[in-house]
Design a protein around this ligand. Structure first.
Ligand code: NAG
Ligand code: NAG
Ligand code: NAG
Ligand code: CA
Ligand code: CA
Length: 637
């Protein structure tokens, strides 16, 4: 698997299998030419075959996205005739019609009346009329909230950091870029409309304002300050790009890939508040080209520092598990869950071990006290909600961190998130998931990851930050062969690993851990998986999903991910517990478990000064130093 410095490893996660029932075919085609023909050749092929050339795939000179305007954009069968027309062209090597699939916005709920109590204003607060409703920026206890439970942005602004020269792309249903609170922060050059293939990602009008989602997300990041309009963005001097890509009947791999790979040197952060349907029975993720786009963005975007992909963890509530969503569960996205203004999780929050941190969505007592932000047609709203509303807040905080230190790479952002997020007063409304300390003293919660983002702390640490050491990927071990699982008893599989010690991919300090698993069962929704690290940290990598009736597909090489073991030392015995949690008898087979460790050989943070001895940075550094002493004695394994 080789060492990929700052790298992303494609191999395992690509093989993601998806339920292929009831396929739909779009009028879009993937076309690969023989050799690098360039755009002119593609144009010529398109002309003589009756297609339109949409764009190259991820800037390629031999792979192209075609569309046929004479075909319906949602048909139940492939058009053999159209595919053949392309395939017989002498310049065409590969051509296939793209299937369509569903991608849904997270948390679009039209809410009505508002009943808001303003907070007490101080001198240095923004003067914007809606700032008083933006409790997620400054929580003074207004609207039944908990004072100081917020993103602590004023502490970041006070350090002179407001997002200057950082661009966040809102991949969504469009952005009202003529909105007076957004237009001066709109980066037109970095924007595009992939739903209708033009330069203008303006939302399509509908009577119910269904396409207000992107505009609301944009305002959370970059609404202007002190202009008497709406509120302010987290990074109010940063830029937003609109990438319209959700507004067509079906999503295709190439629309997603082109969106996530659009202008990776102009765009720093991509924010996504959508994903596979959150119905608690879907297992789906990025397809081939989209996976390539993400890997390319992470390895090559931002002139080699890597793009930051921020993902809403999902709105499927208790019924769903975001580790079944290949976007949220990816190592290359920062998956963000939400809390409400009194510290509980929102009722629609999913939970999973891949969530890194949390931000805020709506209010507790009054459901109308949502996230106040910009709305379509120059309006403002106080009712934006869902994990949809949470992800752009994180994008805004990361924009602040990137201004504070322009050299941060995609992993630095994740490390900063782990080290500066706070437990604050976040709690599980149902008391199922508790705050737990991992092996190096980092507190995590299955619902909230490492806690709520703290912009002030992140900016302060970003300013002193030194890029983390090189990243390595270690295939730590694998168990193959069928083992029966049943409702009667759980089975425990163990992998003892040296974490590639002695090879050049040795991992000593963990970042992400993946358990790549193949299994089937008479009811997939009843399968529960727990991964326990050598230091004793137990991650629930798959929870019961009441709605998932699948008895056929199971999971095929599905990369379940956990962030809970961040900073830990991976040598030793890892345990996978597989159980079927059901009142009725169920059974199945676990067929494969491969353990993938990702992290550094060298200790991170060694050249960072510690000012606060109680900070997470101090705690982890101390753990690493003590570990090194033990290591010298030679008995840590
Ligand atoms: C702004 O960012 C771009 C790259 O995104 C960089 O080339 C440019 O130098 C930056 N400008 C300033 C003033 O920092
Ligand atoms: C997607 O990628 C896999 C693995 O690389 C490959 O086997 C498969 O043929 C690809 N599918 C398409 C439609 O290109
Ligand atoms: C699981 O796979 C095994 C072997 O591939 C097969 O015999 C068994 O019937 C499958 N079980 C289910 C529930 O699909
Ligand atoms: Ca404003
Ligand atoms: Ca989901």
């Amino acid at each position: 698997m080789g060492a990929l410095v700052r790298g992303a490893c494609l191999v395992l996660s690509l093989a993601a299998p998806f339920a292929r029932s009831a396929e739909v075919f779009t009028n879009e085609f993937f076309v690969r030419l023989h050799g690098p023909g360039g755009r002119d050749s593609a144009d010529a092929v398109a002309k003589r075959t009756g297609f339109d050339l949409v764009a190259p795939v991820l800037g390629s000179d031999h792979e192209f996205h075609f569309v046929h305007r004479g075909l319906s954009n949602a048909r139940l069968k492939r058009s053999i005739a159209h595919t053949r027309r392309l395939k017989v062209d002498p310049m065409v090597h590969v051509a296939y019609q793209l299937p369509g699939f569903k991608r849904v916005k997270r948390g679009y709920k039209p809410l009505n009346v508002e009943n808001l109590v303003p907070h007490i204003k101080v001198e240095s607060d923004p003067t914007d009329p809606y700032f008083q409703y933006q409790w997620y920026l400054k929580n003074t206890g207004q609207n039944g909230g908990k004072a100081k439970l917020d993103l602590n942005v004023e502490a970041a602004w006070a350090q002179g950091v407001t997002g200057k020269n950082v661009t966040t792309a809102i991949m969504d249903d469009g952005v009202d870029y003529m909105h007076p609170d957004l237009k001066f922060n709109y980066n037109a050059k970095a924007s595009y409309d992939f739903s209708s293939n033009d330069q203008y990602p303006y939302p399509r009008y509908t009577d119910d304002w269904f396409n207000s989602h992107g505009t609301r997300c944009a305002g959370e990041v970059a609404a202007a300050r002190d202009n008497d309009i709406c509120g302010v963005g987290v990074a109010y001097d940063s830029k937003i790009a609109g990438i319209r890509m959700l507004d067509q009947p079906y999503m295709t791999d190439l629309i997603e890939a082109n969106s996530m790979g659009h202008e990776p040197n102009l765009i720093d952060i991509y924010s996504a508040s959508w994903g596979p349907t959150d119905d608690g029975k879907t297992v789906d993720g990025p397809r081939n080209a989209t996976m390539r786009a993400i890997v390319k963005g992470v390895n090559e975007g931002r002139n080699g520092l890597g793009n930051i992909y921020v993902w809403a963890s999902g709105d499927g509530g208790e019924e769903d598990d975001c580790n079944c969503d290949g976007y949220a569960a990816s190592m290359w996205t920062v998956s963000i869950n939400s809390a409400i203004n009194d510290g509980q999780n929102a009722h629609y929050d999913e939970s999973c071990s891949s969530t890194l941190a949390s931000t805020f969505s709506n209010g507790a007592k009054d459901p109308n006290t949502g996230v106040a932000t910009t709305d379509l047609y120059g309006k403002c709203t106080t009712t934006h909600s869902g994990t949809s509303a949470a992800a752009p807040e994180a994008a805004g905080v990361f924009a602040l961190a990137l201004e504070a230190n322009t050299q941060l790479n995609w992993r630095d952002i994740q490390h900063l998130t782990v080290l500066t997020s706070k437990r604050n007063s976040l709690f599980d409304a149902k008391r199922r998931f508790h705050w737990t300390m991992n092996g190096v003293g980092l507190e995590f919660n299955h619902l909230f990851g490492f806690g709520v983002l703290d912009a002030g702390a992140m900016v302060a640490l970003a300013k002193q930050w030194k890029t983390v050491p090189a990243r390595y990927h270690c295939e730590a071990g694998s168990i193959k062969g069928m083992q029966k699982i049943s409702t009667e008893k759980s089975i425990f599989l163990k992998i003892k690993t040296t974490a590639c010690q002695g090879s050049d991919t040795q991992v000593n300090y963990l970042e992400h851990v993946q358990a790549v698993i193949t299994l089937n069962s008479t009811r997939r929704g009843d399968v529960e998986l727990f991964l326990t690290s050598p230091m004793g940290t137990r991650s629930m990598i798959l929870s019961k999903r009441a709605n998932d009736n699948d008895h056929r597909d199971g999971f095929t090489k599905w990369p379940f991910m956990t962030t809970h073991t961040w900073g830990e030392y991976p040598q030793g015995v890892w345990t996978l517990e597989v159980s079927l949690n059901s009142k009725t008898p169920q059974s199945g087979y676990i067929k494969e478990w491969t353990l993938m460790l990702h992290g550094t050989s060298e200790a991170p943070y060694t050249d960072l000064p510690v000012s606060d001895p109680h900070s997470k940075l101090a705690i982890v550094k101390k753990a690493h130093e003590e570990r090194n002493i033990v290591h010298v004695k030679g008995n840590y394994f």
